[in-house]
Design a protein around this ligand. Sequence first.
Ligand code: NAP
Length: 259
Amino acid sequence: MNLHLSDKVFLISGGAKGIGGAISRLIAEEGGIPVMIDPSEKEGYALVKEFGQIGAKSLHIQKRLQSPQDADEAVKVALAAFGRIDGVVNNAGANDSVGLENGSPEAFRKSVESNLGHYYDLVHYALPALKVSKGSIVNISSKTAITGQGNTSGYTAAKGGQLSLTREWAVELLPYGIRVNAVIPAEVMTPLYQKWLNTFPNPENKLGEISRRVPLERRMTKPEEIANMVVFLLSGRSAHTTGQHIFVDGGYTHLDRVV
Ligand code: NAP
C-alpha cells in the first residue's frame, strides 16, 4: 500500500527513541520528512544520518518540550526548514510514578504539566500550518488511562487528558478537515521500558511475567507495530477516521484473561 507521504512533513515529539523513533523511521521509509523534537543528541544525530542513507530528508530539533515557547520555537524551526507541516505526533512522555501516597500536590501538578502541557502546545502552534495542509494529529496515550496502574496519579491523569483532547480536537477541527486520533499502547519494549524493568531485582523474570499477561502471542508489542498504526493514521489512507482511540496492545486492555 502506498501511503502517499512523499515530501510531507511530520513533527514527532520524543521522535528520536523508542516508539517515537520507530514512527520517525517509518515516515522516512515511506518518503515523508520526520522532524524529531527530542533532547537525545546521539540518537537524533544517528537517525538523521540513517535516513539520509536511504535518501530521506529529516530534521532533529534537539529540545525537551517544557514550556509553550519550546513548542513555538520547534514549529518555527520546522516551518523555516520545510515550509509546511502535514501532521503532528504527540508522543513524548514518561511514567513518573507520582501517586496519592508516594507523591505530593506539587509533584502531581508537575507530572500532569510535563506529560500533558506540550501535547496542547505543539498542536496550538502547528495549527495554522495544519489548516493549510488539512493535516492529521495522533496522540500517543497509554492503557493506564483506562485500566489505572496505582501510584501514578499524574501520568494517568495526563494520559486520560490526552484521550479527551483527542475527541475534543476531532470535533473542533472538523471544519478544517483535520483528523485527530489516539493510539494506545500497553507493553512496548523501549529504552524507557527497559529502564523501568531494571528497577526490579530480576528484570528478566519480570519481563517474562508481564509478557505472559499479553493475550496475543504472550509477548511485548514492538515499537514498529505502534508505528504502523500511527503512520497509517497520519496518511490519507485513513481519510475518514477521526476521534478514535485505537488500542495496539495485543488485546491487553480488553480481552478475557481466562483463555
Ligand atoms: P522512551 O523510550 O523514553 O522514548 C521517548 C523519547 O522522548 C526519549 O528520547 C525522551 O528523551 C523524549 N522525551 C521525553 N520527554 C520529552 C519532552 N518533554 N520533549 C521532547 N522529548 C521528550 O519512551 P517510550 O516508551 O517510547 O514512550 C513513548 C510514549 O508512549 C510516551 O508517551 C509513553 O507514555 C507512551 N507509552 C509507552 C508504553 C511502553 O510500554 N513503552 C506504554 C504505554 C504508553 P529522554 O530519554 O532524554 O527523556
